[in-house]
Design a protein around this ligand. Sequence first.
Ligand SMILES: Nc1ncnc2c1ncn2[C@@H]1O[C@H](COP(=O)(O)OP(=O)(O)O)[C@@H](O)[C@H]1O
Ligand SMILES: [Mg+2]
Length: 426
Amino acid sequence: MRSRSKKTERDNEKKSLEKRNRLLLNYIKEKVNQLLRVMGTKPLREDELSDDDLINFDPIGIIAESFEQVLENLRESNRKLQTARDHLQAIFDTAGVGISIVDRDLRIITCNEKQKELLVRDVTDIDGRHCYEVYCGIDSPPLICPAIETLETGRSVLLKEVTKKGRTFQIATSPLKNNQGEITGVIEVSMDITEKKLAEEARRQSEKLIAVGQLAAGIAHELNNPLGNIIGYAKLILKENNLPPSVKERVNVIIEQAKRGNEIIKGLLEFSHQKFPQLRMSSIDSCIESALHSLEDMIEKNKIKIIKNTDNLPHLMLDPQQISQVVHNIVLNAIQATGKNGIIKITGYVKDRFLEVAIEDNGPGIPEEFRHRIFEPFFTTKPVGKGTGLGLSICLEIMKKHGGDIKLQSKKESGATFILSFPLRN
Ligand SMILES: Nc1ncnc2c1ncn2[C@@H]1O[C@H](COP(=O)(O)OP(=O)(O)O)[C@@H](O)[C@H]1O
Ligand SMILES: [Mg+2]
């Protein structure tokens, strides 16, 4: 009886031990699974490990292995991030537009190379400085600032035309937002539209030129005959005997004024004729000589010193009459600009694949605000009757028809230098 009750006691003890063991093993299993979940590894399946296996289970080993896996994943993500970052940086740096990112205080966080090239003025250390200091050269934000407008409104802003460092830009700003959608800064993009603007200007100019040419031709033909008649009849009056001196004087004024009108008409006709050049192998030096010859009286009267160095230049296919006219117009302008005792230098040289002729005077030069207009037909700063404003536009037309160009060198403070360039064809 006693031994029976002892056996029951032992059985009960064994059962309770087994129950405790099972609980313990379940606990371990649960904890291991939790650990595996944290490590990003799949949890154990029910049948995967027997209780015995679990007892031999090596949690430290699993953790180490999982760490290794996590580290490898991290390295891989890092590599991908670095590649994406490199790609982004390359796009950022090679974009044809200037890009900079500023914070809410308008301090530059970063900017690309193009932005530095386009807008930065004499500043080396850019990061952390205010964009208006670095890009606009001022101590406080300007009155019209697209970045401030973007910060205030949260919208993108476009400034269609801004002039900086002598070039024209379009500037666009967009808000930079964080994950919560708060604006943390502004992305500023600047695009240089100088060339585009010049091309548009040139197109407008040539359209205007065509229209003006047609109009000029019409007017010139209409006026030519009456003016010829006025001069003819006035000359007839002068031939009359016993003409009182006061009448003679007045008739001379009529002739003089009519001749002036004739000069303008000549200019208009030259301008509107747009003759195609009769090209032949010619010496540029002889064109210059012929132009100077036609201005001889004026050069002498004004005691102008001409320093000419245009010998030994290669001959070119050109229309000598037209090129003489170009040189004539430019030298005439130079004489008018310098007045008495002026100095005019004419120098010819070969540069790259062009023959260039520089015509330089020591007159007052051309004010900055007129420089872009001097080739426009009818643009003149001379008093009525003195200038028609057609000289340079005719020169430009002729040079373009020769495949060449004419440019005003604008670096000089005073004096004007016009450069004629002719392409050399081998
Ligand atoms: N050498 C020069 N120095 C100063 N200004 C010049 C010179 N050449 C041209 N200009 C300016 O360009 C303008 C246009 O010249 P042009 O087309 O020849 O017309 P015009 O001589 O009839 O005025 C001139 O009125 C003058 O203002
Ligand atoms: Mg002129």
